[in-house]
Design a protein around this ligand. Structure first.
Ligand code: DGJ
Length: 741
């Protein structure tokens, strides 16, 4: 390990976390409060040398704004009337009451003061993966742990800061511990609060809906609060738990200081943005507050999931690249340098519920012939699941569909040189199922109250240990009895009426249950890969990515819509994890007819999949698929492992460049889906990350050389895009490979 990024100066009682091109600083005041000092970009390689006169950096004391201190952990009480990260209720007095004070209970005031700190190398946030697969990057990372205690009660909190300098990322989490002799109620709990330099900020975030996931939205933050959250038991489609903040007008895609953040959690979450009268701006990232409840019994503690945040010195694009690298190196289950996401075939749009062993074998043969590496059978293979009204919960192979079980299909798939995968939705049950008939009490509900079905299904109560065990066993048995190496793990509704034996704890228990099943499966079957799916992209976050290899971004496979879904996805999540299919010429969701080129150009930006009924294609069409898949395999190491530059994102236009870190190869993906008008000219497309003095050969899927330019020319003049007025006027999509000569 090199020089520690965690600096403590005992004379000024300051901590400075020094990352590659950013810093985060705190101080202890004379009463032991932990106060934020500052954060932001620093010139590269500049180490902290000394800080002084620090009280002068506190917020000015306005007459009506007596809470002027930027607490690293803002708690309810202690002058706080702004939003807080932690609120607790003490039902009893710490000491025997000397007067009538016990009439004024419960106490709702928390004042945490510094006790000590340490630097740890093995600390991990709550809900961290337990599957045992090492991370791609095994570098030891240091964590600053600062222990605090209430001034009167035996109630403790530890602030954690794990530092990943090369990604400019700090992971925050909080541990609270009740050492009182009585239970303590926790009413608000964030994983951490991030303070930004005072200013007026623009927020870039992800909004969406089913089939319109990952819409990039930019809006000003004004004085007051703005909340992003989700309550349905899972991450959700409407918002995704990430953000980018830049001072108004001060950053672009390529330039400026951008503060970014993301939560590593797949349950009810919130990001609460708060701008005070002084322009002090902070983000509280943690558990959603509406139905939050937690009681810590004497001796109990709780460790929160992680809140990842950082600073980019080079715009929104720089923030995305830092997050991509962080997710690939430190979040996703580890993979080797030559280990890429396979080309997948998925049966959903080809056959829906109309499955048969013969049709799957017929499609599998075609799939193998065009270069597919993993064959996945989607919904409809089990129990009475001939439509979406019945069968969820009965995870035995249907004899109606596969009279001889899955074995003949799996044997064929393997003989064809592919791996085999299966769709599951194990957290759910249809009321019309044997499981529900046997265990109606296993579904979330409030007794005697109406309950709501979503897609004719209910959610199992993972607050019951026996349900978690049941789900693990059924999936474990499926893998043991069949040679399955991939689960597409779906979740097709949010929770309403969340009545559970776990009470309000169900929100955390559900996530813990899902994570533990995935972790146990992975630990038991190291060859098993998992894809997270939730009616498309409803469960995408840094928590689920810790135990899944890829995610299904959206059910919308129309490339004209999908390309903008991908733009938004790429804000925080890497292409390696982004499954994307080529489907029918006339899209099933939108009815739009698109070319094969466009469908492939968009799908090849992530982990390529095919969802077309291959048995219905002509030989010529299959040849075209085969050529394009071969080209994808050529560019895959760049697409899945390179640095992404979004060169141009405008209405109707998305131009991405991905380049290997050593500049040796790059992929340029141009998608223009709204034709430019005649007479309209675009700015040059300047490429990034190339070696200026080298020459690059530009080729397309045919492998033929199209052009040759120096890296310098491509970085300055850009790639000429005026190859004819036709292209300027019409839609255009192309994927080019650039190879250093
Ligand atoms: C929703 C998924 O997003 C689809 O891809 C498909 O798997 C269906 N569920 C199956 O019910």
């Amino acid at each position: 390990m090199g020089l520690s990024p965690i600096h403590f100066d005992s004379s000024t009682r300051t901590f400075v976390l020094a990352l590659s091109s950013s810093f985060y600083a705190l101080r202890l005041d004379s009463d032991g409060r932990v106060l934020h000092l500052g954060s932001g970009a620093v010139p590269l390689g500049c180490a902290p040398t000394g800080l002084d006169n620090l009280a002068a950096y506190d917020e000015p004391d306005y007459a009506f704004d007596v809470q002027r201190l930027r607490y690293e952990l803002p708690c309810f009480g202690d002058l706080s009337y702004h939003d807080v990260a932690l609120k607790v209720t003490f039902p009893e007095l710490a000491d025997a009451p000397a007067n009538g004070d016990s009439d004024i209970l419960p106490i709702r005031d928390l004042r945490l003061r510094y006790v000590d700190h340490s630097v740890e190398t093995k600390a991990t946030p709550g809900f961290s993966p337990q599957h045992g697969r090492p991370l791609t990057n095994s570098t030891t990372r240091e964590t600053l742990a600062i222990r605090l205690k209430d001034v009167a009660y035996d109630f403790w909190a530890t602030l954690f800061y794990r530092v990943t300098p090369e990604c400019d990322v700090i992971e925050r989490w909080l541990e609270i511990e009740n050492k009182c002799a009585f239970p303590v109620n926790i009413e608000t709990l964030a994983f951490g609060t991030v303070h930004l330099p005072n200013g007026k900020y623009d927020l870039t975030r992800i909004a969406g809906a089913w089939a319109r996931e990952f819409d990039t939205v930019k809006q000003p933050l004004e004085q007051g609060k703005f909340v992003l959250d989700h309550q349905g038991l899972t991450t959700g489609h409407p918002s995704n738990p990430i953000y980018m903040l830049a001072e108004r007008g001060a950053a672009t895609e390529q330039t400026g200081e951008v503060h970014f953040g993301a939560l590593a959690y797949s349950g009810n979450w919130s990001l609460r943005f708060e701008t005070l009268t002084s322009s002090a701006t902070r983000v509280h990232g943690g558990y959603e507050t509406t139905d939050f409840g937690m009681t810590l019994q004497p001796g109990e503690s709780h460790r929160t999931p992680g809140f990842i945040h950082g600073v980019s010195a080079d715009g929104v694009g720089g923030a995305s690249r830092r997050l991509h690298r962080f997710v690939r190196d430190y979040i996703l289950p580890g993979f080797g340098p030559d280990d890429f996401r396979p080309v997948l075939y998925n049966s959903w749009e080809a056959t829906y519920f109309d499955l048969s062993a013969e049709s799957q074998i017929a499609i599998a043969r075609k799939a193998a012939a065009i270069g597919v590496e993993l064959y996945c059978v989607d919904d409809g293979w089990f129990g009475s699941r001939r439509n979406d009204r019945a069968g969820l919960g009965d995870w035995t192979v249907s004899a109606d569909v596969f009279p001889d079980g899955l074995k003949p299909l799996i044997d064929e798939v393997k003989a064809l040189g592919m791996r085999f995968g299966l769709w599951v939705e194990p957290e759910m049950v249809n009321p019309d199922s044997d499981l529900y008939r046997a265990h109606p009490e296993w579904a979330l509900h409030f007794p005697g109250r109406p309950r709501t079905e979503g897609r004719q299904q209910l959610i199992l109560d993972l607050g019951r240990p026996e349900v978690v065990e049941y789900i693990f066993n059924l999936l474990d048995t499926l893998v043991r009895e069949n040679d399955i190496s991939f689960f597409k793990w779906d979740m097709n509704r949010y929770a309403s009426e969340p009545g559970s034996v776990a009470g309000k704890g169900i929100y955390r228990a559900h996530v813990a249950g899902v994570y533990s099943i995935m972790d146990r499966l992975r630990a038991t079957h190291p060859h098993l890969d998992i894809q997270s799916c939730s009616g498309g992209g409803g469960r995408v976050d840094l928590g689920i990515l810790g135990r899944t290899d890829q995610v299904w971004t959206s059910d919308n496979t129309d490339p004209v819509d999908r390309v903008f879904i991908e733009d938004g996805f790429s804000l925080a999540y890497p292409a390696r994890a982004m499954e994307s299919w080529v489907t029918h010429e006339v899209n099933h969701q939108t009815g739009r007819r698109t070319s094969l080129d466009l469908r492939f150009d968009v799908a090849m930006r992530g982990a390529l999949g095919i969802g077309t009924p291959l048995d219905k294609l002509s030989d010529d069409e299959l040849d075209a698929y085969k050529r394009k898949i071969a080209f994808y395999k050529l560019i895959r190491p760049i697409v899945q492992g390179g640095d992404l530059y979004r060169l141009r994102i405008e209405p109707g236009v998305s131009i991405w460049q991905t380049v290997l870190a050593d500049g040796s190869r790059a992929v340029l993906s141009t998608v223009i889906v709204e034709g430019q008008r005649l007479g309209q000219f675009s700015s040059p497309t300047r490429l990034k990350g190339l070696t200026p003095e080298a020459t690059y050969i530009i080729s397309d899927e045919s492998g033929a050389e199209r052009d040759r330019y120096t890296g310098y020319q491509l970085a300055t003049l850009g790639l000429p895009d005026g190859r004819g007025w036709d292209k300027r006027r019409s839609t255009l999509s192309e994927t080019l490979l650039l190879t250093r000569d």
